[in-house]
Design a protein around this ligand. Structure first.
Ligand SMILES: [Zn+2]
Length: 388
């Protein structure tokens, strides 16, 4: 899979490969254990009952590690092509249903989307062929039956991954390629998304029905797993559609359209006691840009003040508690709303952005500005023109 969301889901950071941060969601350990357990206790012992339990465990370990290496290579292929098309990838997360490469934005051209999404199944297919070649040549190379069996399994699982991902249901890779093809043919991205999301929802439903039949036919675990994946896909498709509708609604608007202009500012030398008394308790704003003389130096929010100790709050000044400018989200009035939202959602930005025009503070955007503005936008939809 490849995803457009800007913020990677949480998870443990395990390192980085080719400049992409690799994270592991806790749910991944469940699937890791299930794969290892089913390979070592069921799959390999059934195929090669004459081998020892120790050999089965070694085969299970190798099969599990190479399976997840294959998944990672699949995601890396998305990330590499995305980066080569000028769309940076924030990181790769492995979780219970596989992996996600988190692109920082959507491709502008359907051709790019086709390449970015299409490379995933192609990579899995290439891996399947490579593992099958190893399996076929293992006898002549004298590698032995255990290696042949593990390689055959990996060829099978990569082929399955390629086929699963080629299904034309958004947000699977095939769904993205399908969407891009419709987008290219009709020039209507929103319509293409609706079609591809429809495909994703239909496929999710199909998995749920198949899973239920399988469960009733006497394979409850495998059946429930299919139901679970189908339900997950349907949810993901619905979320993608919401995201796309929001994207369409916001398209064409810029920071200047929704910022609160000429915001109240405070001095970096103001005491924190006065800040709380004269600003947070009297005015409705949750944060203030901080000025030092005529220069913008940061932003201070109630949360910043709460982080200080009682003693620091009594004697400290705004300069000590504020978020310094280099950690704030600073945007131009012409920044698109989507890009503004992405920057506001960065960890240290605190859900706010300072709007600066040629070094001069001209506005501030907070999460409540955005939600209020979207609310008004929906209310007057069809009555106002867009700025572009
Ligand atoms: Zn993929």
């Amino acid at each position: 899979m490849a995803d457009d969301a800007a913020t990677p889901v949480g998870g443990l950071r395990v390192g980085s490969i080719l400049g992409f941060e690799i994270r592991i969601d806790l749910s991944w350990f469940v699937i890791l254990f299930l794969v290892f357990w089913s390979l070592s206790v069921a799959v390999f012992p059934n195929q090669l009952p004459q081998l020892s339990r120790g050999t089965h465990l070694v085969m299970g370990t190798a099969g599990t590690l190479l399976f997840f290496a294959s998944l990672l290579i699949h995601e890396l292929s998305h990330a590499l092509v995305s980066r080569s098309k000028g769309i940076p990838v924030a990181g790769i997360t492995l979780f219970i249903f596989g992996g996600m490469a988190w692109a920082t934005r959507e491709p502008d051209r359907p051709e790019d989307e086709i390449l970015i999404a299409g490379v995933g199944p192609v990579t899995s297919l290439v891996l399947a062929v490579l593992f099958q070649l190893i399996a076929w040549s293992s006898t002549s190379l004298g590698l032995g039956t255990p290696i042949e069996t593990v390689a055959s399994y990996l060829a099978f699982i990569n082929l399955a991954l390629a086929i699963f991902n080629m299904i034309p249901g958004f947000p699977l890779d095939g769904g993205r390629v399908f969407r891009a093809a419709v987008w290219k043919a009709t020039g209507d991205k929103a319509k293409a998304t609706r079609w591809a999301v429809g495909g994703g929802r239909a496929f999710g439903l199909l998995l749920i029905v198949l899973g239920a039949i399988q469960a009733l036919a006497g394979a409850p675990l495998g059946g429930l797993w299919l139901v679970f994946i189908g339900w997950f896909l349907r949810n993901l498709a619905g979320a993608s559609l919401q995201q796309q509708l929001l994207h369409d609604l916001l398209a064409g608007f810029v920071a200047a359209d929704l910022m609160s202009p000429q915001p109240e500012v405070v001095s970096s030398r103001l005491s924190l006691e006065d800040l709380v008394q004269d600003h947070f308790m009297r005015l409705r704003f949750g944060s203030y840009p901080v000025m030092d003389g005529g220069d913008l130096v940061g932003m201070i929010s109630l949360e910043d003040v709460k982080k200080m100790s009682v003693e620091e709050r009594r004697s400290g000044r705004v300069a000590h508690a504020m978020t310094p400018l280099h950690e704030c989200a600073v945007i131009a009035p012409s920044t698109t709303v989507e890009s503004a939202l992405q920057q506001m959602n960065r960890p240290r930005a605190g859900g706010r952005a300072l709007v600066v025009d040629q070094g001069r503070l001209v506005g501030i955007i907070s999460a409540s500005d955005v939600s209020g503005w979207i609310h008004r936008l929906r209310a007057v939809e069809g009555l106002v023109g867009r700025t572009t």
